[in-house]
Design a protein around this ligand. Structure first.
Ligand SMILES: [Zn+2]
Length: 419
C-alpha cells in the first residue's frame, strides 16, 4: 500500500536507542496487539536507519520459509542465503536489519534468535502479539539475547501529532507544572480529546478519520479489528462470561470434549449431565452393595466401568489403573463377576488414589472437601500406569500394556490375574 500513512510514534526513539546501545548484541521484540502499528513503525525504522532490510511476515510466510527455522536450524549460512534469495534482497553485513514480523506464528524462528544474534552479521527485530500465551511459548527456550518492549495504540499526544498539532501537549505540561490556567484553549483541547476518545488510537481508524472525517467509517474499521482479535483468540475459546467486577471467565476447550448447558437454578438436579453423575468417592452411599448392584447388569471390563462417571465420579484413566493394581483385579475382568471383597477394595483404593492425586494437585485443589490431613500412599508415585518399561514393585514381574475400551491400560500380569 503506497498510500499508507506513517504516523510519528514515540516508540521510534526507543528503537534508535536500542540499535545504538545493543550494537548487534541483542534482538528486540516489540510486543503489542495486532493492528496497533508495529509493522509500520518497524519498517520505517528499517528504511531510515539501515542500508537494507528484510521483513518476514510469519502470518503469510510460505512453509518453505518457516521450514528453514525448523529443519535447517544448524546451518545459519544456508538460512541467511535462502532468505536473501527468496526476498530478493542483498543484505550488507552489520548494516542490515532482519525483521521477524508476527513471530508468534513461528515460535521456532524466535527460538533461533540466540544463534542468529551470536552469528553477529545482522540486527534482528521481532514483533509479536499474544506472545506470552501458552501455545506460543510452549517448548520454546526464550532467548536471553532478546530484549522486549511493549507497544500500544496511539496515545492522545501521538493522536494530536497526526493532526499536525505539536503544541498542545507541551502547552498543557507547562500549565500543569507552573499551575497556570488553560483558559481559552480549554474548549478546543476538550473537543480534540473527545474526538480522540471516539476515534481511538488504532492507526487505521485514525487514518480513516483524517481522510473522511466520518465516524461511521471509523466505527466500521474498529469493528473489523475487533473481529480479527476475536478470530485470533477464539479458536479454542467457546464461552466468555462477563463477571460483575469487570473480569472475564473464559471457557477454553481445545479438544472440544466439554458441553455447556444453560438451565434454571431450580432445574439443576433435573436437567443436564449432573443428573446422571454417580457418587463421589467419599460419599457414604458408596458401598460394595451399591457397586455390585451397578455392576451386575454389565459385562464390560471393570477397567472401562471404573471410568464410567455415572457410577463413581472422578476416576480417570491413570487412576483406574492404579486402583485396579492396588485392588489386585485384572483390568479385563467382567464387572458382573466382581466379588464383594473386590468391590470393597475398589472403594478403599479409589479414595486412597484420588486423595493422593488431589494432594499432588497442590494448593489449587487443597480446599477441595475431605482431603484434610490425608496423605496418599504414594504421593507422586504411580505404580503401574505408564510403567511398561518397569517391573512390578511387589512381585518384580514386567508390567504389561494393553488396550481396554480404546484406552491405554497397564497392569501386573502376576498380581492381577484373570483366574
Ligand atoms: Zn506384580
Amino acid at each position: 500500500m503506497d498510500n499508507k500513512m506513517y504516523f510519528k510514534r514515540k516508540i521510534y526513539d526507543k528503537l534508535v536507542e536500542w540499535k545504538k546501545n545493543s550494537d548487534g548484541k541483542t534482538a528486540l521484540l516489540i510486543e503489542g496487539a495486532r493492528r496497533i502499528g508495529k509493522s509500520t513503525i518497524v519498517e520505517l525504522f528499517a528504511k531510515n536507519e539501515y542500508e537494507n532490510y528484510l521483513i518476514i511476515d510469519f502470518n503469510i510466510a510460505p512453509n518453505e520459509i518457516k521450514d528453514l527455522f525448523i529443519n535447517e536450524r544448524s546451518d545459519i549460512d544456508l538460512i541467511l542465503q535462502k532468505l536473501q534469495s527468496f526476498y530478493g534482497k542483498v543484505l550488507p553485513v552489520r548494516k542490515s536489519l532482519i525483521i521477524f514480523d508476527e513471530v508468534q506464528f513461528c515460535p521456532e524462528a524466535r527460538s533461533m534468535i540466540k544463534y542468529l544474534v551470536a552469528d553477529g552479521r545482522y540486527d534482528y527485530l521481532e514483533t509479536g502479539s499474544l506472545i506470552s500465551i501458552k501455545k506460543n511459548v510452549e517448548n520454546i527456550l526464550i532467548p536471553s539475547e532478546e530484549r522486549k518492549i511493549n507497544m500500544y495504540p496511539l496515545d492522545f499526544e501521538e493522536f494530536l501529532w497526526t493532526l499536525n498539532d505539536n503544541a498542545t501537549i507541551p502547552f498543557l505540561r507547562d500549565c500543569y507544572i507552573n499551575k497556570k490556567k488553560v483558559d481559552i484553549a480549554h474548549k478546543r483541547i476538550m473537543k480534540d480529546f473527545r474526538t480522540y476518545i471516539l476515534v481511538g488510537g488504532m492507526p487505521q481508524a485514525i487514518a480513516e478519520y483524517i481522510n473522511t472525517k466520518s465516524f461511521d467509517r471509523v466505527d466500521e474499521i474498529k469493528r473489523n479489528i475487533l473481529s480479527l482479535y476475536h478470530d485470533d483468540i477464539n479458536k479454542h475459546e467457546h464461552v466468555i462470561f462477563d463477571l460483575d467486577d469487570g473480569s472475564e471467565l473464559r471457557y477454553m476447550d481445545t479438544r472440544k470434549f466439554g458441553k455447556m448447558y444453560l438451565i434454571k437454578k431450580e432445574d439443576i438436579n433435573k436437567i443436564g449431565p449432573l443428573v446422571k453423575l454417580g457418587l463421589e468417592p467419599w460419599d457414604d452411599n458408596l458401598t460394595s452393595e451399591y457397586l455390585l448392584d451397578k455392576y451386575k447388569k454389565k459385562k464390560l471390563p471393570i477397567k472401562s466401568v471404573l471410568l464410567d462417571q455415572n457410577i463413581i465420579v472422578g476416576i480417570g484413566n491413570i487412576y483406574a489403573d492404579e486402583i485396579l493394581f492396588l485392588s489386585k483385579i485384572n483390568p479385563l475382568k467382567k464387572c458382573n463377576l466382581i466379588t464383594k471383597e473386590e468391590a470393597e477394595n475398589i472403594i478403599k483404593y479409589t479414595k486412597k488414589v484420588l486423595e493422593a492425586a488431589i494432594e499432588k494437585g497442590g494448593t489449587t485443589i487443597r480446599t477441595y472437601s475431605s482431603v484434610d490431613g490425608v496423605h496418599g500412599l504414594f504421593q507422586n508415585e504411580l505404580f503401574v500406569h505408564g510403567k511398561d518399561k518397569n517391573n512390578c514393585p511387589i512381585c518384580n514381574t514386567k508390567i504389561e500394556k494393553i488396550k481396554v475400551g480404546g484406552r491405554g491400560t497397564y497392569y501386573c500380569p502376576k498380581c492381577q490375574t484373570l483366574q
